[in-house]
Design a protein around this ligand. Sequence first.
Ligand SMILES: *[C@@H]1O[C@H](CO)[C@@H](O)[C@H](O)[C@H]1NC(C)=O
Ligand SMILES: *[C@@H]1O[C@H](CO)[C@@H](O)[C@H](O)[C@H]1NC(C)=O
Ligand SMILES: *[C@@H]1O[C@H](CO)[C@@H](O)[C@H](O)[C@H]1NC(C)=O
Ligand SMILES: *[C@@H]1O[C@H](CO)[C@@H](O)[C@H](O)[C@H]1NC(C)=O
Ligand SMILES: *[C@@H]1O[C@H](CO)[C@@H](O)[C@H](O)[C@H]1NC(C)=O
Ligand SMILES: *[C@@H]1O[C@H](CO)[C@@H](O)[C@H](O)[C@H]1NC(C)=O
Ligand SMILES: *[C@@H]1O[C@H](CO)[C@@H](O)[C@H](O)[C@H]1NC(C)=O
Ligand SMILES: *[C@@H]1O[C@H](CO)[C@@H](O)[C@H](O)[C@H]1NC(C)=O
Ligand SMILES: *[C@@H]1O[C@H](CO)[C@@H](O)[C@H](O)[C@H]1NC(C)=O
Ligand SMILES: *[C@@H]1O[C@H](CO)[C@@H](O)[C@H](O)[C@H]1NC(C)=O
Ligand SMILES: *[C@@H]1O[C@H](CO)[C@@H](O)[C@H](O)[C@H]1NC(C)=O
Length: 862
Amino acid sequence: MKLGWLELAALTAASVASAKDLAYSPPYYPSPWMTGEGDWSEAYRRAVEFVSNLTLAEKVNITTGSGWEQERCVGETGGVPRLGMWGMCMQDSPLGIRDSDYSSGFSAGVNVAATWDKRLAYQRGMAMGEEHRDKGVDVQLGPVAGPLGKYPEGGRNWEGFAPDPVLTGVMMAETIKGMQDAGIIACAKHFIGNEQEHFRQSGEAQGYGYNISESVSSNIDDKTMHELYLWPFVDAVRAGVGSVMCSYNQINNSYGCHNSYTLNKLLKSELGFQGFVMSDWGAHHSGVGATLAGLDMSMPGDVALGSPYSFWGTNLTISVLNGTVPEWRVDDMAVRIMAAYYKVGRDRFRTPPNFSSWTRDEYGFEHFMVNENYIKLNERVNVQRDHARVIRKIGSDSTVLLKNKGALPLTHNERFIGILGEDAGSNPYGANGCADRGCDNGTLAMGWGSGTANFPYLITPEQAIQNEVLNYGNGQTNVFAITNDWALDAIASVASQASVALVFVNADSGEGFINVDGNEGDRKNMTLWRNGEQVIKTASKNCNNTIVIMHTPGAVLVGDWYDNPNITAILWAGLPGQESGRSIVDVLFGRVNPGAKTPFTWGKTRKAYGPALLTEANNGHGAPQDNFDDGVHVDYRRFDKDNEEPIYEFGFGLSYTTFNFSDLKVTPLPAAKYSPTTGKTKEAPTLGKAGNASDYLFPTGIMRVRQYLYPYLNSTDLRKSSADPYYGLDAKEYIPDGATDGTAQPRLPASGSSGGNPALFDDLFQVTATITNTGSVTGDEVPQLYVSLGGENEPVKVLRQFDRVSIAPGQKVQWTTTLTRRDLSNWDVPSQDWVITEAQKKVYVGSSSRKLPLSVELPSVE
Ligand SMILES: *[C@@H]1O[C@H](CO)[C@@H](O)[C@H](O)[C@H]1NC(C)=O
Ligand SMILES: *[C@@H]1O[C@H](CO)[C@@H](O)[C@H](O)[C@H]1NC(C)=O
Ligand SMILES: *[C@@H]1O[C@H](CO)[C@@H](O)[C@H](O)[C@H]1NC(C)=O
Ligand SMILES: *[C@@H]1O[C@H](CO)[C@@H](O)[C@H](O)[C@H]1NC(C)=O
Ligand SMILES: *[C@@H]1O[C@H](CO)[C@@H](O)[C@H](O)[C@H]1NC(C)=O
Ligand SMILES: *[C@@H]1O[C@H](CO)[C@@H](O)[C@H](O)[C@H]1NC(C)=O
Ligand SMILES: *[C@@H]1O[C@H](CO)[C@@H](O)[C@H](O)[C@H]1NC(C)=O
Ligand SMILES: *[C@@H]1O[C@H](CO)[C@@H](O)[C@H](O)[C@H]1NC(C)=O
Ligand SMILES: *[C@@H]1O[C@H](CO)[C@@H](O)[C@H](O)[C@H]1NC(C)=O
Ligand SMILES: *[C@@H]1O[C@H](CO)[C@@H](O)[C@H](O)[C@H]1NC(C)=O
Ligand SMILES: *[C@@H]1O[C@H](CO)[C@@H](O)[C@H](O)[C@H]1NC(C)=O
């Protein structure tokens, strides 16, 4: 019997891969069923009660999207009209509502990381959650921890937080708590190893002329997976995240959305994830294979965007009816989705979607894909509230002061301010003029792609600086702006007259489906865009008080100019969102004392960052192979390992005041010994009986929307209803061993609660240090605690704890934090568990990854 390529890809990676000597992902079955542990118990109880009342078709409806552009949101499932439940709405993005109106354009994740402020991360999450909730969204598609930022030019790094797993993990958790406290479901994405845009989808890559038939494979060893890429997802699961999105890429040559090792083993068994896994849009590549490997929701439902067919929907109903997929598995999918729904209070907060992702017109087709049902689509509900305040504050609190030779803060008595560079001005097409922000025109306040939102307005630096001078100045200041990056003569002229030249430059990146200026999502270089470097050079040649402000998604190479004595200050403002101009003015004029720290390293060369992003299809027409050989050594860990001097190190940032660190103390805390989890799970509950094919025929009299994905069958002939060309293969040939086994299963040693073995989160040490503000103005400092775990080939140090604290001049503050067992552990591959190695451990505290004045060796742990 012949196997379909889907089954082959999903289920026989073993033989194919070993033959070709490619990385291989071991099978892990069955797919763990939800247990309702911890915070999930009440939501689980209610979900079980609800799902117990459903027919198979209704359960299938909850798991499968209705098709691309078939409803108003970027993805919507079917509903259960019999019980008054309409389909669930999934909407981009991690920084606001994509493709909507009267909603806010928040700061990007990378800016949140730069604040190092847990409270601001929470407040932003809450504000975004409120907006989504009031537009009728059930699941906001964010936050992001994949990409983590292995490659500095990775196109979507800015959607996430930082290339450090702890900083990202903390910000993930706070964002999720904020979003879910507002009553919507968060979606931690993209799971996992989604570190570059090139080759993430074969079709997209073909569009760029790479003839490949499979997505890139991120080949990640087990230790690196646990200590780096999985780490922030642990924090997301611990924060109670309701959903996780599996990614486009493959991991060890098995697709993210049917990789049983990453989904069944790591996420659902080891981390005990209780919510549901949804596919990225078009990342679902197999029917039965993905079902058994742990996918719970297919988005947007069709086999490819716009197709009238689905791997699920009708096919999922059939796969239960023909006995291939056990009923308990579909029950579990539905229970996980409904549990997330109850957990965040969707039943209390729900309102139907009142906007359309597909048009800004007030009236249009509900089923946009097929032009059916002309109705009022956009009710133009304003959901912005006072969120501008949070955005402005994050904008200024995330602005990193990289250099300051006394030039900042500015006073209101400047003689002549030159504002130079296109990045200070407006996009001639309007702030939302390029779809999905897919251009670099005017000031940059978001990257591009699906991770964006429409702006309600965008305050440019030029506008805000001019307003500041006119509203608060002494009435004597001249202000001139030149926002053409090629008008170098004009720039030279204004710079030579200016008492201060404020130069605005940028670099951009985004998602792979849009190519901006030859950048296929990922940046093609690490230099400034447009003519930025020349603008800086021209200004600084003519003005001995040149201040450079950069809006970039990550590090750029600044080696040619950063130490020019005429450049008296340098600021990185990231991607600050709609309040960009006001945020930067708050810092420039000293209303806000900068306290941000760079959440990534600024190296002298690209090479210093380690391996290059993969831009060559290196495996013929097959999946390009991206071997993560750098292991856990990304960003500052790589610089430390290679003893490479950065220009600005991870965690660095200046203030208008100065701080001193002293009195490091470490106190052991009583904690129980670590014990690996043992025993077995309960057996899989089955909540219903499938019945017969005749129960699932299209109901008579139903108005069928064209191409809409329903859970029903065309006829009682299952093969015909499926139209799967490989229908009816002997299941024994492609069902992995144990995949349909619903009996009690052994529990993993590192498992035990949401996020893993609960003892990992026990506090083992208390650490205190004193921070003194030694300057003359109030300011924020970010005490950072790094640990050296010791041992061969381990990073010199890893970030483990931090806080942002505000300190008055002369004031001393005692900072107290704790170290958990997790903070001191390494992943031990043979025992598949976390261990505290024998190696001597050392704690460092200071103000950046390279300014660590305090250190002490840790006593050994039992
Ligand atoms: C990928 O392969 C490596 C090397 O064999 C292994 O350590 C790791 O656990 C595998 N990961 C997955 C997700 O298959
Ligand atoms: C499920 O059915 C039971 C009994 O048939 C009923 O009491 C309960 O309200 C129903 N629950 C839901 C959520 O529909
Ligand atoms: C599935 O969802 C669609 C769209 O909400 C709805 O029309 C249909 O009635 C639902 N089917 C069942 C079995 O509830
Ligand atoms: C792409 O590769 C396939 C083989 O996998 C080949 O048949 C096809 O002609 C190639 N297409 C182009 C445009 O090179
Ligand atoms: C069922 O899935 C197969 C692919 O596995 C697809 O070719 C077929 O069109 C699907 N059928 C329906 C009704 O969506
Ligand atoms: C807009 O940006 C694109 C690419 O970034 C550039 O090619 C184009 O010239 C710009 N247009 C205007 C009017 O600024
Ligand atoms: C790097 O890419 C940007 C954006 O495409 C471009 O403007 C710039 O000229 C490139 N830099 C170099 C050195 O080629
Ligand atoms: C610094 O600026 C002055 C003008 O104020 C200029 O004469 C000088 O050459 C500049 N220095 C450099 C290194 O560009
Ligand atoms: C900068 O240039 C101005 C004249 O444009 C001059 O008055 C001033 O002393 C210079 N400052 C320094 C530090 O060279
Ligand atoms: C089911 O019937 C509809 C309506 O006749 C048709 O459009 C569709 O292609 C059929 N599906 C399959 C898988 O044959
Ligand atoms: C059962 O149904 C699924 C979905 O249509 C199909 O892929 C599979 O081949 C069928 N299996 C058998 C044994 O009929």
